[in-house]
Ligand binder design. Structure first.
Ligand code: TXA
Ligand code: MG
Length: 313
C-alpha cells in the first residue's frame, strides 16, 4: 500500500478503495470533518448512516458497546467478507457516522488492498464510492465517472462480488437482515443454529430500520424493466440481461446471456447499468427470475434490480 493513500486519510482526506463487494469511499472513522467530506462528495443525505470498516477484532471493540457470542461465531466464519454486523454503539462513536442512531454498522472487507489500507490508516467509514443515486462502483472507471479523473482511487480491478454486503442487525433479538447480499440468511442461520428475520420491504409510512434502504438507488439513467412474456429480443437500443432458458442466444453487443451463472450476473450488474448510460442506451430489460428458485443470491439480485426499476423502498 503506497504511503500516499494513507497520508491522504491521515490528513483528513478521502480515498476510494476496492473491497470484494464494491468500491468504498474511505475516510478516517475518528475524523468528523473527513466524514463530512464523504457525505459532500457523494451528495448523501445526512440521515443515512455509514459502515465502519475494520481490519481486526480489536478495532470492533473500539466501536461496539458489546460483542454478543453470536457475533463472534459470525465473525469467525464470515470475516473478512461481505457481511456487515450492527451492534449497539459506544458513546464515543461519532454521531455523523450513525446518523444519531444508538447502533453502529461494522464490517471487515476481504480485499487485500482494503485490509492493507485499514491496517495503515486505521478504521475507515466507507459508503459505496458513487454519487448518491447512481449504481455502486465495481471498477475504478466507475468512480472516475462520478468523481472525476483526478480523484484518488486505489486500483484493485473488478470487484469479486459486485453488490453491497449483507447487513445483519445484531442489536435487537431476533436478529434481522436489513439488506440482503452475498452472505445468505440460511448461511447465517446455519452458523447461529437459530432463525433470523429475513429482509423485508418497509412500507413508506413506517420508519425504516436501515435508513439507506428507503432511498431509491442503484439506478442507471436508462429505464430498467423486466422482459415480458413472448417479447422479442431484438431492439438494438436495449441492453438485455438473460440468465436461463435461452440456450440458443449467445452473448454479443447488447445481449448478455449468463446461462445460469448468477454469480457472474451479480458481479456485472452495476457495470451493465453503467454501460447503458455510457452508450446512451435507453432501456435495460432483464429476464425475470423463477419464483421457485432456491438460489438465495437471487433475493439480493432481485432487491437491487427492483430498486433500479424504482418500484420498492
Ligand atoms: O459492501 C458494502 O457494504 C459497501 C462497501 C464499500 O463496504 N458499503 C456500502 O455502504 O454499501 P453504503 O453506505 O452504501 O451502505 C450502508 C448501508 C445503508 O443501507 C445504511 O443505511 C446501513 O448500511 N446502515 C449503516 N449503519 C446502520 C445502522 N447503524 N443501522 C441500520 N442500518 C445501517
Ligand atoms: Mg451505497
Amino acid at each position: 500500500m503506497p504511503d500516499y493513500y494513507t497520508e491522504i486519510i491521515h490528513e483528513g482526506g478521502v480515498v476510494a478503495f476496492p473491497t470484494e463487494t464494491v468500491y468504498g469511499l474511505g475516510a478516517s472513522a475518528w475524523n468528523r470533518d473527513a466524514i463530512q467530506k464523504v457525505f459532500d462528495t457523494k451528495g448523501r443525505p445526512a440521515d443515512n448512516p455509514l459502515i465502519v470498516h475494520v481490519s481486526g477484532l480489536d478495532m470492533v471493540e473500539d466501536f461496539a458497546l458489546e460483542i454478543p457470542t453470536e457475533a463472534k461465531l459470525l465473525i469467525d466464519h464470515f470475516w473478512p467478507g461481505p457481511l456487515t454486523l450492527i451492534f449497539k454503539k459506544k458513546p464515543e462513536v461519532l454521531d455523523i457516522i450513525t446518523a444519531g442512531l444508538d447502533t453502529v454498522a461494522i464490517r471487515m472487507p476481504r480485499h487485500p488492498l482494503a485490509l492493507a489500507l485499514i491496517r495503515q490508516a486505521g478504521p475507515l467509514v466507507a459508503p459505496s464510492a458513487n454519487t448518491s443515486g447512481k449504481p455502486s462502483p465495481t471498477k475504478p472507471e466507475h468512480v472516475y465517472e462520478d468523481f472525476g479523473y483526478d480523484f484518488p482511487v486505489i486500483n484493485g480491478g473488478f470487484c469479486d462480488v459486485g453488490i453491497e454486503s449483507t447487513v445483519l442487525d445484531l442489536s435487537i433479538r431476533p436478529f434481522e437482515i436489513f439488506r440482503p447480499g452475498y452472505v445468505s440468511r440460511s448461511a447465517i442461520e446455519k452458523i447461529l443454529k437459530c432463525e433470523i428475520l429475513p429482509y423485508r420491504q418497509h412500507d413508506s409510512a413506517e420508519k425504516p430500520k436501515s435508513p439507506g434502504m428507503k432511498y431509491t438507488h442503484y439506478s442507471p439513467d436508462a429505464d430498467v424493466r423486466w422482459l415480458l412474456p413472448d417479447e422479442t429480443i431484438s431492439d438494438p437500443n436495449t441492453i438485455y440481461l438473460l440468465h436461463s432458458d435461452f440456450d440458443d442466444i449467445k452473448s454479443h453487443n447488447n445481449i448478455i446471456n449468463y446461462f445460469g451463472d448468477f454469480d457472474a450476473m451479480t458481479r456485472e450488474l452495476y457495470d451493465r447499468f453503467r454501460q447503458a448510460d455510457r452508450e446512451h442506451v435507453t432501456t435495460i430489460v432483464i429476464q425475470p427470475f423463477d419464483s421457485t428458485a432456491t438460489n438465495e443470491l437471487l433475493i439480493a439480485l432481485l432487491n437491487r434490480i427492483s430498486k433500479a426499476i424504482g418500484k420498492i423502498y
